[in-house]
Design a protein around this ligand. Sequence first.
Ligand SMILES: C[S@@+](CC[C@H](N)C(=O)[O-])C[C@H]1O[C@@H](n2cnc3c(N)ncnc32)[C@H](O)[C@@H]1O
Length: 275
Amino acid sequence: MAKQKKRGKQATLAAQANKHALYEASVQCSEYEIDWVTARFAEMRGRPLRKLREDFCGTANAACEYVKRHPDNTATGVDLDADVLEWGRKHHLAALPAEAQARIQLLNQDVKQASTPSVDAVLAMNFSYWVFETRASLLEYFQHARNNLADDGMLFLDAFGGYDCFKDDEEEETEYDDFTYVWHLRSFNPIDNHCAYAIHFRFADGSEIENAFTYHWRHWSLPEIRELLEEAGFQKITIWMQGWDDEADEATDEFFASTEADADPGWVAYISAEK
Ligand SMILES: C[S@@+](CC[C@H](N)C(=O)[O-])C[C@H]1O[C@@H](n2cnc3c(N)ncnc32)[C@H](O)[C@@H]1O
């Protein structure tokens, strides 16, 4: 019998990829986020931001970016998912000098339970706080975040909206060099604003990481968020709408403190809340 050549089955591009690395390459820009938050804090509080808590930190990319910026910066990252924290430890914390690693701690806890020494700023980015789907639970989170802040501390959030968010089963694709990022609105229920999203990553060989991340959220509107922040005791809430370049027909990197905005099909905003 002829000896059969062993043919190693080529792994698909999806099988060779890592979903956390793809997420960071497509969704998160920690450098920009830390630039923005530290600049706003310094402007609004007249002193540098030295103690940060990153709620829903995932891989703690932002917390690691922050401790790199200054030898006095300290950060705490909080996330419920032990696996994502472990990935962050291996890929981000381990890459920091030992001295910087010592200025960051990761807590595998619920953001509503985790108590930390008071910080200058709490960050809850990429809409993660939308996981709280009732007024009572979101208020409880905002109160908890406020309790963890120094007297002049600030909470930074983001939000998105626009009429495109209320269409069922819509996919938005963005091409990157090695993969396509897909933001999939699976469903939206106008009765309770419950929405289900998924992130898929697709590759040139036809392979896919389907449902790499899935989210079940309530779509909160800006006035609802503002009212709950006020109820939680925050003094001044500012909505920062992302700028738009008409010529290039794309969003800019600037966010403007706004009290009025166009009813665009899709928009992104930062929110700052001062204790
Ligand atoms: C959308 S990811 C955000 C990751 C990162 N902060 C970013 O900006 O891209 C949401 C993260 O929140 C975490 N999470 C969800 N509910 C949580 C809770 N109650 N307490 C702590 N972490 C939570 C999930 O494990 C997940 O890592």
